[in-house]
Design a protein around this ligand. Sequence first.
Ligand code: NAD
Length: 358
Amino acid sequence: MSKIAVLPGDGIGTEIVAEAVKLLRALGEPFELEFADVGGTAYERHGHPLPEATLKLAREADAILFGAVGDWKYDSLPRPLRPEQAILGLRKALNLFANFRPAICYPELTAAASLKPELVAGLDILIVRELTGDIYFGQPRGRRTAPDGAFAGADEAFDTMRYSRPEIERIARVAFEAARKRGKKLTSVDKANVLETFQFWKDVVTEVHKDYPDVALDHMYVDNAAMQLVRAPKRFDVIVTGNMFGDILSDEAAMLTGSIGMLPSASLNERGQGLYEPSHGSAPDIAGKGIANPLATILSAAMMLRYSLAKPAQADRIEAAVKRVLAQRLRTADIAAPGASPIGTAQMGDAVVAALSN
Ligand code: NAD
């Protein structure tokens, strides 16, 4: 039986995860769901944002369903005790190196996107971002300090961009596999014209391509990719890129789809174990009001079924139910048209459950 660690976290995390759990229970599968504290909630109860018991559960589980962490009230805590450290700690402890961020523009929500409807209608792309290497984790890094050692007087700072062959190979394989299950088109985004690291990236991705002759591969510089994403985003199927370029491009792609409340994500390790969470944060401004959009979390649960629990048919069922609910014009406040009356978080969850059994 698959074991799912459920970590709701802070703010709207508890509200949106409750709806995803409702849906998982409605599927009729014998999942074992085990809950644990994380983030600010865990800090309040156990003195640490990622308690040992939560980490242990996460390690043992086949997949982790994560809500969100954070609240401005924790901003004065020392950095290692801030809620956001929990997600960084989980990524590191479980070696979650592959981040999947789909950007899908549902036809019913086209008007909410920031580009002209014809550019985004039917958009369905997947960004695969390497999550544990690159300039964010390179050594050495630091600031050249003033003679007295004070950072305030520094006149230079530096970080080092670095990728190893195994790191590039494994993310390339994950991306080729994903492309194989979709439109069989992979774009590798680099800056090979300027950076040695990304010439190496390009060479290694090209080598790995030999094992995936059925997938078409092209290479694109990151500046051009940023432009193409707003000029003609539908030209892409799967994009694979490094940690920093992926960070920026995935947020850019998110805005093509209308609402942050709709965007799921997955972070996977080599064992196929994954952490699934909405792309948004804990939204303290609307927490406790019952108005948050649970669809990003529900769609994250669908990704969990597909990528970690080997239940692709159940994932399809959930995604189809979400489409049905949108077609019925049911909307939470963040995606409602001006003047329309929105429904709440729990009503949206109920509607998706009802659409499942149709
Ligand atoms: P946020 O994503 O929480 O909210 C940004 C805006 O989007 C807010 O106006 C919010 O109300 C709205 N929003 C977000 N999710 C929504 C949903 N499901 N339905 C409707 N509206 C939604 O970003 P923020 O306000 O910059 O950050 C708030 C806290 O979340 C911070 O403490 C931040 O560190 C944390 N955060 C956590 C994660 C994570 O847990 N992985 C990610 C991002 C931010």
